[in-house]
Design a binder for this molecule. Structure first.
Ligand SMILES: Nc1ncnc2c1ncn2[C@@H]1O[C@H](COP(=O)(O)OP(=O)(O)OP(=O)(O)O)[C@@H](O)[C@H]1O
Length: 217
């Protein structure tokens, strides 16, 4: 799906990562791992198109797909007066108009996603009322509704308890089994080794594609 060719990610022409080469296959599930500050989020933002590469390039093997994006929690505005339902329904907007977002089938899709993340009873709560874990569940529901071919998640488990982590991990596995390509920045090496078929480690002398299934960092 994405081919990295000597791709260096960074800011304002200052490199953060080393040159990266490799392929993220369609339908794969990859964890980007490594120590704080090694450039995991920077790489994800580059592949999502938010910042340009410092050098090198990446290439979509087919047309660039719609990307389901789950940002790092601290980069989100929680005070905006929106309900949980409003936020989840945003997952429909790229495909259909705002008015169509309230068609029956769409409403059912939103309701189903809220149920899958366990937030059906909070659909009409405003987002400033949510706990950290509930907020993250809501963002997952939006990604579920979007059903994008490629899903990028930046530290999806930050600040959430073990039960919520397990629920969210199951949802990520469901996306993968559903044929969506999943690319996630993660810190939890135990979860990575248990669930992720592929890893890209950025904090070694040379970036390393592999699997953590045997070796737990
Ligand atoms: N907007 C920015 N402008 C300039 N430099 C930045 C910006 N955002 C991050 N950096 C720097 O880029 C480097 C890599 O940051 P990045 O967030 O990609 O690391 P990370 O591997 O995701 O770290 P963590 O595990 O702590 O989240 C850090 O040195 C950081 O200070």
């Amino acid at each position: 799906m994405i081919e990295l060719q000597n791709l260096v990610a960074g800011y304002d022409r200052q490199p953060v990562t080393q040159a990266l080469n490799g392929i993220i296959e369609r339908g794969s599930m990859t964890a980007i791992i490594g120590a704080n500050g090694c450039g995991k989020s920077t790489l994800l933002k580059t592949l999502a198109g938010f910042i340009p590469p410092v050098s090198g390039k990446f290439r979509w093997r087919e047309k660039r797909p719609t990307i389901g994006w789950l940002a790092q929690r601290h980069s989100l505005e929680a005070q905006f007066p929106l309900t949980v339902h409003d936020v989840v329904s945003m997952g429909c907007w790229p495909k259909i108009s705002l008015l169509a977002a309230y068609r029956r089938e769409t409403r059912l899709r939103i309701a189903e996603a809220l149920e899958r993340v366990g937030l059906e009873s909070l659909a009409n709560s405003t987002i400033d009322e949510l706990s950290g874990g509930q907020f993250q569940r809501m963002l997952f529901a939006r990604v579920l509704v979007q059903n994008a071919p490629l899903v990028m998640l930046d530290e999806p488990f930050t600040g959430v308890d073990e039960t919520t982590c397990n629920v969210l991990m199951e949802l990520m596995l469901d996306m993968y089994l559903n044929g969506q390509t999943v690319l996630a920045v993660l810190h939890d090496s135990e979860r990575v080794s248990r669930h992720f078929p592929q890893t890209l480690r950025l904090d070694t002398a040379t970036p390393h594609w592999g699997t953590e299934r045997v070796r737990v960092a």
